[in-house]
Design a protein around this ligand. Structure first.
Ligand code: ZN
Length: 227
């Protein structure tokens, strides 16, 4: 598969939705092309409340670099008897269904990892729309100097105990997402007339305007006075 060929990837949404699945991956490293998934966790939420969870270690069939183990604490021994991704990803896809997916930095990391894995293993694109809490946090908490998940949890007084294991991060992020959702409650939802994605406020040479969040695939804009 050609690099970055993810043309069926869903759209990034900007605004809080009350029904969603938060998911998180632990991996052998940060490269979508070279690294492998070693843990997948998810929590399903309806109306702001957790109704189901999914969590499994994954045997990557290769040694886990010690740098990765230092971050997430997952060792070769721990994954030795775990199922392989080929088995696990199918269960994960059944769990998420067509839910909107929520995660921290998922737009450039987790979504790409699962998209590429699903294409490679099953030739099935993952088309779910997604919400990236990293983007939400940068918009809602611009004065915070760092926007790592633990920084946001700390800001909201949410426990970050057990961070960097996938299920703990999902639970932590679910609480952060709900708080971020409250902060953006006053921001109007503007839908792009061209593609149906949400539009976001941007600063241009001649002042603020609304641009499609699907940019550069969609280049629609709206005058702020027309909102
Ligand atoms: Zn658009």
């Amino acid at each position: 598969m050609a690099k970055d060929n993810r043309d069926k990837k869903g759209m990034r949404r900007i605004h809080y939705v009350p029904d969603y699945v938060v998911f998180d991956l632990e991996t052998t490293g940060v490269s979508v092309y070279k690294d492998d998934i070693i843990e997948i966790s998810a929590v399903k939420v309806q109306n702001g409340s957790v109704i189901d969870t999914f969590s499994t270690l994954v045997n990557p069939l290769r040694p886990i670099p010690k740098e990765a183990t230092m971050v997430n604490g997952i060792t070769d021994e721990m994954v030795a008897d775990a199922p392989v991704l080929q088995e696990v990803l199918r269960e994960f896809l059944a769990f998420i269904g067509n839910s909107v997916l929520v995660g921290h930095n998922i737009q450039s990391f987790d979504m790409n990892f699962i998209y590429d894995a699903s294409m490679k293993l099953y030739n099935i694109p993952i088309e779910n729309d997604f919400i990236d809490t990293l983007h939400m946090a940068r918009k809602c908490l611009p004065k915070l100097s760092h926007h790592k998940l633990v920084d946001i949890a700390e800001y909201f007084g949410i426990s970050s105990e057990g961070a960097h294991r996938a299920l703990n991060d999902c639970i932590m992020n679910q609480l952060c997402y709900e708080e971020l959702g409250k902060l953006q409650a006053d921001i109007p939802v503007v839908i792009c007339p061209g593609c149906g994605a949400e539009m976001v406020k941007r600063a241009g040479k001649f002042g603020e305007f609304y641009g499609c969040s699907n940019y550069p695939n969609c280049r629609q804009t709206k005058n702020i006075k027309d909102i």
